[in-house]
Design a binder for this molecule. Structure first.
Ligand SMILES: *Cc1c(COP(=O)(O)O)cnc(C)c1O
Length: 423
């Protein structure tokens, strides 16, 4: 931590030493009209495109052109089992067993399908606990599930809130809520990494607190997958969902990932919505059999999936697999620590970082509060070629992504911020 240094030379030296430096070249970095690369700090919102993605998608277009329906079995990567080619690498990224993971649908849709199985309200236990600054889509999904089951969508939501004057959530407060109201809470559904503050929660601790009170526990890991060590299996969570277009670079609106803990893998009693893709693969195409539940997370699939989206996911996962999360996280901690170091130099009276300073409680994103700032600051940054993300009332989110952001990116970002703040 303390061996960070000021000045551009330090940044350039670190880039030279970076074992992942060759990967930046494997991405398309958007440029301004003058041909200068943007300082792209929004991989937490939409990850950049790997250059290899095009060839993965083209392969499927060609197989479709040349083989038509035969592509299901004769394609280079046959479409029938295509999702299976994603499972193992995806499981490694989120720390799960292959039986626990499937790529299917999109994020909020998966969240609903998981709640069909894991939100089982009764007259006395029907509430859902979420974090107060949850991503809006998650909040809307939770509220609509309450209404769907005939409950009041305000009374039925229990918020885990930060204390007055704070932004981060405290586990002792969650513990208190659960001790007081745990018997009324059917489901805990929290963002594994909060999208706004960047706080990476201790999933195992939350799960254990919830299970102790008889609640089921699920996580939305949209800001965690490919960004932090999730260890979903060991967390003991009942389910988790995430998307692939943020840190997993699989393109806008690409399919989501879903985790169901192994202990539920063989259950035939869980209520779920099913389709032909939830049916036993061996007999799926007999088409006349009685429904035979497929085991594992795969058993939650409904439809035959969009292969073009999966091809983009495969391109990305192959790259992640080549590098491994450990190597990625090691650079991530260094790069984000460097951003933190440079921001601190700007002085606490202008800038406050609300993301935890403990590297084990965050991923690569830093959420930065700028005193007296408004959205013009964000617009000024864009004019300077810095793509960051603005959240009202006064927070800039910057995510230096270890796969394609450099130490020089971080250095230049802070230099530009400094100039704008001094105007
Ligand atoms: C990005 C994100 C979403 C977006 O949901 P989609 O269904 O993919 O549009 C939802 N929840 C969280 C926590 C997110 O970070």
């Amino acid at each position: 931590m303390s061996d960070y240094k000021l000045g551009i030379n330090y940044a350039l030296e670190q880039d030279k030493k970076d074992v992942l430096k060759s990967y930046r070249n494997q991405f398309h970095i958007p440029k301004d009209n003058g041909g200068n690369e943007w300082i792209y700090m929004t991989g937490n919102s939409l990850g950049l495109q790997p250059k290899c993605t095009k060839s993965y998608i083209n392969q499927e277009l060609e197989d479709w052109a040349n083989l038509g329906v035969e592509g299901h079995t004769q394609g280079k990567t046959p479409w029938l089992p295509y999702h299976e080619f994603l499972t193992e690498n995806m499981a490694k990224i989120v720390g799960a067993k292959p039986i626990e993971v499937v790529v299917m649908n999109t994020l909020t849709a998966n969240l609903h399908f998981m709640m069909v199985s894991f939100y089982k309200p009764t007259k006395t236990r029907y509430k859902i606990l979420i974090e107060s600054d949850a991503f809006p889509s998650d909040k809307y999904a939770v509220e609509s599930q309450l209404r769907h089951h005939g409950f009041d969508d305000r009374e039925g939501v229990v918020l885990w809130e930060p204390r007055k004057g704070e932004e981060l959530l405290r586990y002792e407060d969650l513990k208190t809520i659960l001790e007081e109201q745990g018997q009324e809470i059917a489901l805990i559904m929290v963002g594994g990494v909060n999208y706004y503050t960047g706080q990476f929660f201790d999933l195992k601790r939350i799960t254990s607190l919830g299970h102790k009170q008889g609640c089921l526990v699920g996580f939305d890991c949209a800001h965690g997958a490919g960004n932090v060590a999730l260890n979903l299996h060991n967390s003991d969570a009942d389910f988790a969902v995430w998307c692939t277009y943020k840190y997993l670079n699989a393109g806008p609106g690409s399919l989501g990932g879903c985790f169901v803990h192994e202990r539920h893998a063989y259950s035939k009693n869980l209520n779920r919505f099913t389709g032909w893709w939830s049916h036993n693969k061996q007999t799926r195409f007999n088409m006349r059999d009685e429904f035979d539940q497929l085991e594992g997370a795969e058993g939650w699939q409904l439809s035959n999936p969009p292969i073009l989206s999966m091809a983009a996911i495969k391109a990305s996962l192959d790259m992640f697999n080549e590098i491994g999360m450990n190597q990625l996280l090691s650079k991530s901690k260094k790069l984000t620590g460097y951003l933190e170091f440079l921001l601190r130099e700007l002085g606490e009276d202008t800038i406050r970082i609300i993301t935890p300073s403990n590297v084990n409680e965050r991923g690569c994103q830093l959420s930065i509060q700028v005193k007296n700032a408004n959205k013009t600051l964000h617009d000024r940054l864009i004019n300077e070629g810095v793509i960051s993300d603005w959240r009202e009332p006064n927070v800039i989110r910057c995510a230096p992504v270890p796969l394609y952001n450099s130490f020089e990116d971080v250095y230049r970002l802070v230099e530009k911020l400094k100039v704008i703040l001094n105007e």
